[in-house]
Ligand binder design. Structure first.
Ligand SMILES: [Zn+2]
Length: 241
């Protein structure tokens, strides 16, 4: 195949544009924010699950506390009634003795119940603190997710802008090259990781970085400048400089 030196140089320019587009697309696909966002989402889910457990526990201990309060109230009421009967002075000596005995038992019972109540109140505080901590964690994670999403959107916009710019450069360069040469270039690109044309720098192919052997170098040197050269190793189009 033949193509003028000018066309070959435009092909190298096209290759540079295509390589930039390809690396931008690779960056787009591998933006670190994507992985960070899924990690945050997983942490949010864990926090939500833990929060459900902590809230259920808080509800349970609150019920325990209410129950304990009711028990204390019942004993207090009973004691008030007994004391009222005592101070009314109408009870017989035997009843008085019974009332005093009962009051003693009730006072002991009340003290026990109040100790229990205090312990439950501490459990309520602990459960409430756990819920509050998880709530703060969830809020922090949601904020982080929001920031990561903004960063992701910004990166996507920036890279897409770069791709659009390079595509518009491409539409200016591509028409300057023979269609047959473009077709060959595209065919090689599809097989060779996006690189269809490379410079021959010294005796090295810029595409595969391998040295062209001396005999082949001698043959290339003697070829007319408009003859298309291919690398013997990677088969890419070699453009002489
Ligand atoms: Zn090569």
């Amino acid at each position: 195949m033949n193509a003028s030196v000018e066309h070959q140089n435009f092909l190298i320019e096209l290759q540079r544009i295509d390589s930039t587009i390809q690396s931008a697309q690779a960056r787009l696909a591998a933006l670190p924010e994507r992985e960070q966002i899924s990690a945050i989402k997983a942490r949010i889910q864990t926090t939500v699950d833990e929060m459900a457990g902590a809230e259920a526990e808080l509800a349970d201990v609150k019920i325990d506390l209410r129950r304990s309060e009711v028990d204390v109230e019942a004993v207090t009421d009973r004691m008030a009634k007994d004391e009222a009967r005592l101070s009314a002075g109408s009870a017989s000596p035997k009843e008085l003795e019974q009332l005093q005995h009962e009051l003693g038992t009730l006072a002991k019972r009340k003290a026990e119940l109040e100790d229990g109540e205090l312990e439950i109140m501490m459990r309520v505080d602990a459960a409430q603190a756990r819920v509050d901590t998880l709530k703060t964690d969830a809020e922090g994670l949601a904020q982080l997710e929001l920031e990561l999403n903004i960063r992701l959107e910004n990166s996507i916009t920036e890279i897409n802008k770069e791709i659009a710019l390079k595509n518009s450069e491409r539409t200016l360069v591509a028409p300057k090259i023979d269609q047959a040469l473009i077709d060959l270039y595209e065919k090689i690109r599809a097989k060779e990781y996006g690189v269809g044309a490379a410079l021959l720098i010294g005796n090295k192919c810029e595409g595969c970085n391998l040295a062209v052997n001396a005999i082949e170098m001698e043959r290339i040197k003697n070829l007319p400048t408009d003859e298309i050269v291919r690398c013997e190793e990677c088969r890419r189009i070699l453009v002489r400089i």
